[in-house]
Design a protein around this ligand. Structure first.
Ligand code: SAM
Ligand code: SF4
Length: 327
């Protein structure tokens, strides 16, 4: 599938809008309604849409949410996904809080080689303040289990916010000197009706300056096929990698190979544009495979050439929070 000159081979599947955490930057500040269960795509429906998308060129899938592991029977869904031979790469983004060592081993046994954990602080009290949950130790244990079981690379996503965790930038980057982790600093994207304050946002230039001032030079690394949008660097003598994902300061739209399937069964060609195309209703109404593929193609026709978040604020802020789209 081609969209605006870009070959689309990567599907991000959000299996749920629900989460066991309440991260300040991801969830609405005010009480909010979750999607009713009957409006959420069943696993059967997700697998069908994925199979059709694969026939059109998708080869990589990331499962996300909300928190994917809070959805019932997620392991049997993942097993079925792993049996799709056409998929060369299946990964999962998780907060890790309910991933025990045994569950991580089960994921590895079914063929999942990569997990991305989210971790914004190394301080348990601050962790509770950011996520609304006192679960630092459990998340750290899950990360260490993934590491000691041999999952490689273990990736850690860190969203940096001024006044919240910017004093830990060097400590978090410094983990790459001890562990072969890929730490990826992600620029905060203002989303939904209650975005964080503009002055809390930190751009990559500032983050990398802090790392270099405290830990020494960051040496750029060559870009490999599975790197996605991260720009990768290494600290001297570090087994791990420091990456930056820069949707705001330097967008990577011209290389974006992604299509999203939200948990309510809509196709979203761009995270930062509100356009979504419903594929679940036609599927439930008996649309043929050819018609459903037409819907996928039509959705991609709306993939913008670039996003405008950061310009003309706050008008261009996406209306949904990350948790309901699928990060
Ligand atoms: N619950 C899982 C987790 O936290 O990894 C998966 C879903 S979460 C929405 C996926 C990623 O999106 C997380 O790494 C999170 O830090 C990131 N994220 C959420 N809201 C964000 C925002 N407004 N800007 C940048 N990243 C955000
Ligand atoms: Fe949940 Fe992940 Fe969003 Fe945190 S970032 S609230 S863990 S979906």
């Amino acid at each position: 599938m081609i969209a605006g000159g870009r070959s689309i081979n990567y599907l991000r599947i959000s299996v749920t809008d629900r989460c066991n955490f309440r991260c300040q930057y991801c969830m609405p500040a005010a009480p909010f309604a979750v999607i009713p269960h009957h409006d959420i795509a069943t696993y059967e429906e997700i697998l069908k849409i994925t199979r059709l998308a694969c026939e059109m060129g998708i080869t990589k899938v990331r499962v996300t949410g909300g928190e994917p592991f809070v959805r019932k029977d997620i392991f049997s869904f993942l097993e079925r996904l792993c049996r799709m031979d056409v998929l060369s790469d299946i990964s999962i983004t998780t907060n890790g809080a309910i991933l025990t060592r045994d569950k991580i081993q089960a994921l590895m046994d079914m063929g999942i080689k990569r997990l991305n954990f989210s971790l914004d602080t190394l301080d348990p009290d601050r962790f509770a303040a950011i996520t609304g949950r006192n679960r630092f130790e459990r998340v750290w244990d899950a990360i260490m289990s993934a590491h000691t079981l041999g999952m490689a690379p273990v990736k850690i996503n860190t969203v940096v916010l001024r006044g919240i965790n910017d004093d830990e930038i060097a400590a978090i980057a410094g983990l790459t000197r001890t562990y072969p982790f890929h730490i990826r600093f992600i620029e905060y994207m203002p989303m939904g009706e209650s975005p964080m304050e503009k002055q809390q946002q930190m751009l990559t230039t500032e983050i990398s300056e802090i790392i270099e001032a405290e830990l020494g030079p960051l040496t750029p690394m060559p870009h490999k096929a599975n790197d996605g949008p991260a720009k990768k660097f290494q600290l001297q003598d570090a087994p791990g990698v420091v990456g930056f994902i820069t949707p705001i300061s330097s967008h990577f739209c011209s290389e974006c190979n992604r299509l999203r399937l939200t948990s309510r069964g809509t196709l979203r060609p761009c995270l930062l544009h509100n356009y979504e195309k419903d594929i679940l209703t036609p599927l439930r109404n008996g649309a043929s495979d050819i018609q459903l593929k037409g819907i996928i193609q039509a959705a991609l026709g709306h993939k913008p050439l670039f996003h405008t978040l950061g310009e003309n604020m706050p008008k261009n802020i996406p209306i949904s929070h990350m948790t309901s789209i699928g990060g």
